[in-house]
Structure formats: structure tokens, C-alpha cells
Design a protein around this ligand. Structure first.
Ligand code: SF4
Ligand code: SF4
Length: 187
């Protein structure tokens, strides 16, 4: 399909671009001079010094635990349903102590696809997932490490990082009380 032609006819100075380029350079230089004269202008010596992020900054996800140590998430599937990037993968299992209760056997977020919209946090009825870590160094040497697993997201604030490949494996330590990885995971 052909693109519509612009209605506006460019003047001679606009069509030569010289004046427009000079105007752009003048604007850039005005910002440079303003910042040089500004006493508050400073360089943040990252990574020795970190920029303080606002309370509403959406950083890496973390999963929260209940006071008894079990994971708060009840695998209701609200967050993968609402996620516009379709990057949350949850495998739900039944809690043997309470068949009416579910929990995530695995909970993975592909951070290469996440767009940090925060919809998962907003949709969660259990306040089980938050993006309040203020962690913005979300990187890895391979694609697999960019999939944040349940164990990674639970331990994130402790600075623990499970080895790659932990995703899609049952994490015994984070299961509800009474759950064993050997027990069959019922749909
Ligand atoms: S922040 Fe948005 S894109 Fe990322 S996992 Fe949550 S809902 Fe999906
Ligand atoms: S994190 Fe919240 S919204 Fe997502 S499955 Fe768990 S309880 Fe549901």
C-alpha cells in the first residue's frame, strides 16, 4: 500500500536541512552548557554507586512466601492469563495437606520476553508476585539463564542465583509442607 503524501510543502531552508540541523545542534549545546553549569549535575559511578530507583520502579520479579514458609502463590493462573508477552509458565500441583489448595510446582518467567508492564503484579489476588526489587541488572550469558525460575524468584532478595537449568524441575525446598517431589503431581 502506498504511503500518503504529506500535505505540507517544505520551505527552501527546511528542504535543505541545514537550518534544521543547526537548530538541533544549538538545542543540544544549550543542554550541554546548562548541565555543565548545574552544580547538582553529577556522574553516578556505576557499579560502585547505584542510582536510587523510585518506589514504583518495576524491576526483577520476586515471589513471596507465607509466614509458615510456603509459597504464597496458589497457581490461580491469573498472571499468565493477563501477561501480554505470554512469558509466564506455571505448572500447578495440588497441596497434599489441602486438596482444595494449589501451588506452583514450577513457575518460570522468560525475562527475554517480559516487557515489564506489571500486569502480573496487578492481577495477583494473593500478593504473591512483586516487581519491587529495584533490580535492573537482568542479564545472563545464555538464554536459559534468562528464564527466572521459582527458586530464583523466591531467593532473589537474598542474592542467591540457582544454576541454569533449574527451571522446569520440582524444587523440594519451596514446596508446601508435606509435599515431596516424588509424589505424583495431579492436574
Ligand atoms: S511484567 Fe508484564 S510482560 Fe512481564 S511477566 Fe508480568 S505481565 Fe508478563
Ligand atoms: S502469582 Fe498470583 S496471579 Fe500468578 S498464579 Fe500465583 S497467585 Fe495467581
Amino acid at each position: 500500500m502506498a504511503l500518503p503524501k504529506p500535505n505540507k510543502t517544505l520551505t527552501l531552508s527546511e528542504s535543505s536541512y541545514i537550518v534544521e540541523v543547526l537548530k538541533g545542534m544549538a538545542l543540544t549545546m544549550s543542554h550541554v552548557i546548562k548541565n555543565l553549569l548545574n552544580q547538582d549535575f553529577r556522574t553516578i559511578e556505576y557499579p560502585d554507586e547505584r542510582k536510587p530507583m523510585t518506589a514504583r520502579y518495576r524491576g526483577a520479579h520476586r515471589l513471596l512466601l507465607r509466614p509458615d514458609g510456603g509459597i504464597k502463590c496458589v497457581a490461580c493462573m491469573c498472571c499468565p492469563t493477563v501477561c501480554p508477552a505470554n512469558c509466564i509458565t506455571i505448572v500447578a500441583g495440588e497441596n497434599p495437606d489441602d486438596p482444595a489448595e494449589k501451588f506452583p510446582v514450577s513457575f518460570d518467567i522468560d525475562m527475554l520476553r517480559c516487557i515489564y508492564c506489571g500486569f502480573c503484579v496487578e492481577a495477583c489476588p494473593k500478593d504473591a508476585i512483586r516487581m519491587d526489587t529495584k533490580i535492573y541488572e537482568i542479564n545472563a550469558y545464555n538464554r536459559q539463564d534468562m528464564v527466572h525460575s521459582k527458586a530464583y524468584m523466591v531467593n532473589l532478595m537474598d542474592g542467591l542465583k540457582p544454576e541454569a537449568g533449574a527451571a522446569y524441575h520440582v524444587d523440594k525446598n519451596l514446596a508446601p509442607a508435606g509435599y515431596t517431589a516424588e509424589a505424583p503431581v495431579r492436574p
